[in-house]
Design a binder for this molecule. Structure first.
Ligand code: PLP
Length: 427
């Protein structure tokens, strides 16, 4: 099996499981209990909190353990919005994860908040001038993701946070996909709240954190015994917290080298795929080398036509795109997650390609794994200007730090075979 779906989830690292084991077995206390077992659990939880804080560069008291990325996003958005009686307006973007979009929608539907959804360009980037134009005196919160789970676009979060600070608007970022690949320094990012999820990092599913700056009051989403300084009730997942902290520290310890190595492998993979399947479109930002951008741009219109689309892609003679799905600007490369390679294969269906690749032992994803059972075109691909017919042909490959060049070469060759098989069937 070749696993290229790390953006969906990762296996628990052995070292992580080992740090968790004692808190699942002999040392199984409840951190709220006033006896030796409880105090031992509390020490483990406090240790995990300090460890997370030292990686993120925040205070231990800023760390709130949650059940994962979805809960962290819910808590940040509802918690800040409902704690600020004066504010009535929320800013977000068109390419957020459902955990953010649905939380914002809840505030709109049930609590009457006004919402501004910022558009993105053809590579998925938000224009800071659009954010400036959206900020209002009654803006309660701005929530914009650090890195996108489908097309891998990385936003200039520090610049957005700086602008929000000038307007005294708190800023939250969903950093679930950025963790382990991009710097997470809380002060440098300058945000007020940041969400992370364990299972993208080698910790188990069902644990995450929300980092919340200073003493900001959050209206709790889960009410009960007042754990996590009242921000998140419920007996703490001690083993999960310990595992999360260890996984985060491990991921950070070799992040830079791993990210550079993986980006190089990814670049070669994209180049290989586009050479083998010239009709393919690389979605999201272009690569450092510029590879893929010109090629994909030049064939984009052809691809859209093959899919029977009304033409999703505008290309000029140089193969560059305007406000189109394919980014043609090689300088935008740092704006792509090192492990993301996402394509559309016009004239096919993403699901059929996935089946063919699955038969060859390759695990990847048709768009995002997070929208359960949805066969609607991805809102992210639509937002970057991809035609909905072409959006149905999306396949995302997300590498891990362990992915090898040999594996990627096999996958590129299998993509070509799968593409030809699916095209032959559909023609
Ligand atoms: N935010 C982003 C960007 C994600 O990619 C995901 C999951 O894929 C989540 C939030 C949700 O995280 P969790 O699965 O821990 O609830």
């Amino acid at each position: 099996m070749i696993f290229l779906d790390s953006a969906a989830t990762t296996p628990v690292r052995r070292e992580v499981l080992e740090t968790m084991w004692p808190y699942l077995t002999g040392d199984f206390g409840n951190p709220s209990s006033h006896h030796e077992l409880g105090e031992s659990a509390k020490r483990a939880l406090d240790g995990a909190r300090k460890s997370v804080a030292s990686v993120i560069g925040c205070r231990a008291s800023d760390v709130v353990f949650t059940s994962g990325g979805t809960e962290s996003d819910n808590l940040a958005i509802k918690g800040v919005a409902l704690a600020e009686p004066g504010g009535r307006h929320i800013i977000t973007s068109a390419i957020e994860h459902e955990a953010v979009l649905e939380s914002v929608d809840f505030l709109k539907r049930i609590h009457g908040f006004e919402v501004t959804v910022l558009p993105v360009d053809g590579s998925g980037l938000i224009d800071i001038e659009d954010l400036r134009g959206a900020l209002r005196p009654n803006t309660t919160l701005c929530t914009i993701m650090y890195a996108n789970n489908e097309v891998g676009v990385v936003q200039p979060i520090a610049a957005f946070a700086e602008l929000c600070r000038q307007y005294s608007v708190p800023m939250h970022t969903d950093a679930v996909q950025a963790a382990g690949w991009l710097p997470l320094d809380f002060a440098e990012l300058g945000v007020d709240a940041l969400s992370l999820s364990g299972h993208k990092l080698g910790a188990p599913k069902g644990v995450g954190v929300l980092i919340v700056k200073g003493r900001r009051y959050l209206e709790p989403v889960i009410h009960g015994g007042g754990q996590e300084r009242g921000k998140r009730s419920g007996t703490e997942n001690v083993a999960g917290a310990v595992g999360f902290a260890h996984a985060l520290a491990l991921a950070e310890s070799d992040r830079r080298d791993r990210a550079e190595r993986t980006a190089r492998l990814r670049d070669d993979f994209v180049t290989d795929v586009l050479a083998r399947v010239p009709e393919a479109i690389l979605t999201g930002p272009a690569l450092a080398s510029g590879a893929g951008a010109g090629l994909a741009g030049a064939v984009g219109a052809l691809g859209a036509a093959l899919a029977g689309a009304d033409t999703a892609v505008d290309t000029n003679a140089a193969g560059e795109t305007g406000a189109t799905p394919v980014a043609a600007n090689a300088a935008s490369s740092p704006q792509r997650l090192p492990n993301n390679a996402s394509f559309c294969f016009p004239g096919t269906s993403g699901e059929s390609l996935l089946l063919e690749l699955g038969r060859a032992g390759i695990i990847c994803s048709a768009g995002s794994a997070c929208a359960v059972g949805s066969d609607e075109a991805s809102h992210v691909l639509l937002a970057i200007g991809i035609d909905s017919a072409v959006a149905q042909t999306a396949v995302r490959f997300s590498l891990s730090g362990e992915t090898t060049a040999e594996e990627l070469s096999t996958v590129a060759s299998e993509i070509e075979t799968a593409y030809r098989a699916v095209r032959a069937l559909s023609s």
